[in-house]
Design a protein around this ligand. Structure first.
Ligand SMILES: [Zn+2]
Length: 372
């Protein structure tokens, strides 16, 4: 079957795009992710003009690498699967793309040479590739994780095995995944004296994607570790608080409701997940021609406005808890701001938001605007 994406013609296995969602070779649901990759690479080249080599470490159909090569990157596409390598080779030829194709394990290829940008897009957790990637990437590490159940605490032991961290199931589960992944990558960086700075991170229910600028310096690694900490969460009233540092001091009772059903998650990344100026730059580099141009710009705009709080709330979840009928999001956020708090939408869903108000303060500030 032929597919066109970002001006690249692609041959992918299967009769139609119906039912190939789970194909290891080409996932149409990831088009937004790939469009944003290309715009991010353009913005990154503006920031670091010497960056020129790009490794697509799990190339599959080759689509991401081919699109990067058309943008002038010196691309290496790597895959260990025979069929993927033939497919990527065929697709490169079809598009007159000069990417180097490697039939090898990604860890081997990464240890054999340095790359300015490395892109990890595995099926499942990226952690088995994190050490080789961090040690052999000069500037920008792009990472996708699709194992959202372990990341958000739904598959508890699997999350501990992959990420050496305790993820807990909460009402902000997607963001839990973001912060568990960033924590694990920061700790992987630290093992190699490399500091990580997230330039752009976005997540949906089925994946987390992050772009980390690397700095090969022990003090930068120390600075990244200082961004780690724990989250304490009350299952009864949805109160939560963030506690910086590697030593947890869990809550015995909830300071909001006095309940004892409290959870501790961590170590999680408590620092910024995006650099707003960079995100605005990426947004400006999405051309009309991209299939997901509108969706991508909207997502980035939300990210630019998102408060830098480590967890978000969901208005509908809170209202259910409180036995109130939700009002319009804009009115709800206005009530919070008029009560003196900061408030913004969050990209995790249409009713998600961030605020510096605690859960009890949110109720006080907004209840008059809602119907019982
Ligand atoms: Zn509570």
């Amino acid at each position: 079957m032929r597919v066109t994406e970002g001006g690249v013609d692609l041959e992918v296995p299967g009769e139609s795009t119906e039912g190939i969602e789970e194909s290891v070779f080409y996932n149409p649901r990831q088009e937004l992710n790939r469009d944003l990759t290309i715009a991010t690479l353009r913005a990154y080249r503006g920031r670091e003009p010497r960056a020129e080599t790009y490794l697509d470490a799990m190339a599959a159909s080759g689509i991401r690498g081919i699109r990067a090569a058309r943008d002038g990157w010196a691309v290496t596409c790597c895959d260990r699967d025979d069929d993927a390598v033939s497919l990527a080779r065929e697709n490169c030829e079809r598009n007159d793309c000069e990417a180097e194709i490697r039939h090898a394990d990604a860890n081997v290829v990464m240890h054999e040479g340095f790359y300015d940008v490395i892109d990890l897009d595995p099926y499942g957790t990226p952690m088995p590739f994190a050490d080789a990637a961090i040690a052999n990437c000069r500037d920008l590490l792009c990472v996708t994780a699709t194992d959202t159940a372990p990341l958000c605490g739904a598959h508890f032991n699997s999350g501990i095995r992959s990420y050496s961290a305790v993820a807990r199931t909460t009402d902000y589960h997607t963001e839990m995944g973001v912060r568990i992944l960033l924590s694990a990558l920061a700790r992987a960086g630290a093992r190699h004296d490399v500091g990580v700075t997230p330039l752009l991170t976005h997540a949906e229910s089925h994946y987390v994607r992050t772009y980390l600028e690397l700095e090969h310096k022990p003090t930068a690694a120390d600075a990244a570790i200082e961004e780690l900490g724990h989250l304490y969460h009350c299952e009864d009233c949805l109160y939560r608080e963030a506690d910086p540092g590697l030593i947890a001091n869990p809550l015995e009772t909830c300071p909001n409701c006095g309940g004892t059903r409290t959870l501790t998650a961590g170590p999680v990344w408590l620092g910024h997940t995006c650099d707003r100026e960079f995100v605005a730059d990426v947004r400006g580099r999405i051309p009309e021609g991209f299939g997901t141009a509108k969706e991508g710009r909207e997502l980035l705009e939300t990210l630019e406005g998102e408060l830098e709080e480590p967890t978000h709330y969901d208005q509908h979840r809170l209202c259910k808890e409180w036995g109130l009928s939700a009002n319009a999001m804009d009115d709800f956020l206005t009530d919070l701001r008029e009560a003196g708090y900061e408030a913004s939408r969050a990209h995790y869903g249409g009713t998600t938001f961030k605020t510096d108000a605690e859960v009890g303060e949110i109720l006080e500030a907004t209840k008059e605007g809602m119907q019982p």
